[in-house]
Design a protein around this ligand. Structure first.
Ligand SMILES: C[S@@+](CC[C@H](N)C(=O)[O-])C[C@H]1O[C@@H](n2cnc3c(N)ncnc32)[C@H](O)[C@@H]1O
Ligand code: SF4
Length: 417
């Protein structure tokens, strides 16, 4: 008898049955564990193996089939891992009562404009050598990943959108790669249904795109992708993305496929002077060739910035003043405008902030609800907001007092007192 679960297939790995769920997540169940559970319940020991992606059990007993499906689904949360980072995944859903405002790892961020950042998951499939958040399989600091349930994320978004009003841009980004979010198409669809959303955009490295996904995203209503391509030289691109099988050609093809599907493309290379600044004109040529920048600017060159918790390939970087001079010269030389980007180019304007719940210096009683992503970090909650607690060894379930040390843009950081 073959067992099938929605959006999933199975593989056999060593002594385990691996469930691959929505292509981006997996969970390993030891065969012995599954067999023990069945033996206990039905007093039989069936043979289990995987065939063509199906889990096959040598029984015609439908109750056993149902039991196995139920057992796997109900234990999924315990074993869930990212297929790309191999880290444990904490699946956040409504029943956990985790607020989706307050933290920059997942949920929603309001920076006082009509653009709302939406972060459905953490984790990345590559490890760029300059990554501001030290992401990807080779991260040295990130200990686990989060995935937020789609219905729960949309529920919070709808509430935020009601407060913020009409003409919003819903921007899918993250401390990681948005295309790893297992419900990315459904997320775009759900956002499109919100009457206050005018534009849906995404920041992505584009690697996981394929023709089918591009079509699905276009149909769901994605308007623009800010595509991170850092070199048009295949070898240099591999080096910058920290991935030896990075297929630049595929990403370039996908850039074109996006444009052809009616999704605007903004190329967003990070410029590290001495490494890829000499490619600026080639980027501009490529953007022109594929017809990027139909409704928004075609290029968004980014200045490399060494971040505290990021990776640092070089000690040399340009001040923003020097960077803008470089961009203006490039505008003059190539006629490509605008390269110096302003919020107006994206229809962005100031909007009333969701009111802050805490002020700096305030001491708050916080319930610790989740482990954090880096050592010494935990996530706590108070007044329906998340708070990142740093320098702590508190455990989940404890109630502790923290002093709020950061509130900027509604991202709360606290230290134990
Ligand atoms: C952290 S990434 C997340 C989204 C996605 N993974 C990507 O790379 O497009 C967000 C953007 O920041 C850029 N970025 C990463 N590290 C940076 C750094 N040190 N300085 C400037 N930009 C950086 C990335 O290239 C990307 O365009
Ligand atoms: S910059 Fe983006 S693509 Fe590169 S490692 Fe960081 S999150 Fe991943």
């Amino acid at each position: 008898m073959r067992i099938e679960l929605p959006n999933s297939y199975f593989e056999e790995v060593d002594n385990s049955i691996r469930l691959i769920w929505r292509n981006t997540l997996h969970a390993d169940f030891e065969k012995a564990l599954l067999e023990k559970a069945i033996r206990r319940k039905f007093k039989v020991k069936p043979e289990i193996h995987v065939e063509d992606g199906y889990l096959v059990v040598n029984t015609e007993n439908e109750d056993i089939e149902k039991f196995i499906a139920f057992f796997i689904q109900s234990h999924l949360g315990e074993f869930l891992k990212s297929r790309y980072t191999r880290r444990k995944v904490v699946y956040i859903h409504e029943g956990m009562e985790v607020p989706l405002l307050g933290y920059n790892g997942f949920g929603l961020i309001d920076r006082g404009t009509n653009l709302i950042q939406i972060r459905g998951s953490t984790g990345c499939n590559v490890s760029c050598i300059f990554c501001s958040v030290d992401e990807g399989p080779y991260s040295r600091t990130r200990l686990l990943d989060y995935v937020v349930d789609i219905d729960y994320l949309l529920k919070w978004f709808d509430e935020v959108a009601r407060f913020k009003g009409k003409g919003l841009e819903a921007h899918l980004d993250g401390q990681g790669e948005p295309l790893l979010y297992p419900f990315i198409v459904e997320l775009v669809q759900g956002l499109r249904e919100n009457p206050n959303v005018s534009v849906i955009s995404m920041q992505s490295n584009g690697i996981l795109l394929n023709d089918k996904l591009v079509e699905e995203l276009a149909e769901a209503g994605l308007d623009r992708v800010n595509l991170s391509i850092h070199s048009l030289d295949p070898e240099k691109a591999k080096m910058l993305m920290g991935m030896k099988d990075y297929d630049l050609n595929h990403v370039l093809e996908m850039a074109e496929a996006l444009v052809n599907a009616g999704i605007d493309v903004l190329l967003a290379p990070v410029i590290i002077f001495g490494i890829n600044d000499n490619e600026a004109e080639t980027f501009i040529e490529f953007a022109r060739k594929i017809g990027a920048g139909k409704r928004w600017p075609a290029l968004g060159f980014q200045n490399y910035v060494p971040y505290k918790f990021g990776r640092h390939p070089t000690v040399k970087f340009l001040s923003f003043k020097e960077f803008y001079t470089w961009l203006r010269n490039l505008e003059e030389k190539t006629g490509m405008r605008p390269l110096v980007l302003r919020p107006e180019h994206f229809g962005m304007h100031r909007r009333r902030f969701i009111p802050l719940q805490f002020h700096i210096g305030e001491v708050v009683k916080v319930k610790v609800i989740l482990p954090g992503r880096i050592k010494g970090e935990m996530l706590g909650t108070a007044r329906n907001r998340l708070i990142e607690i740093i320098n702590t060894n508190a455990k989940v379930g404890e109630e502790i007092k923290v002093k709020i040390v950061r509130t900027r843009h509604g991202i709360y950081v606290g230290t134990p007192v």
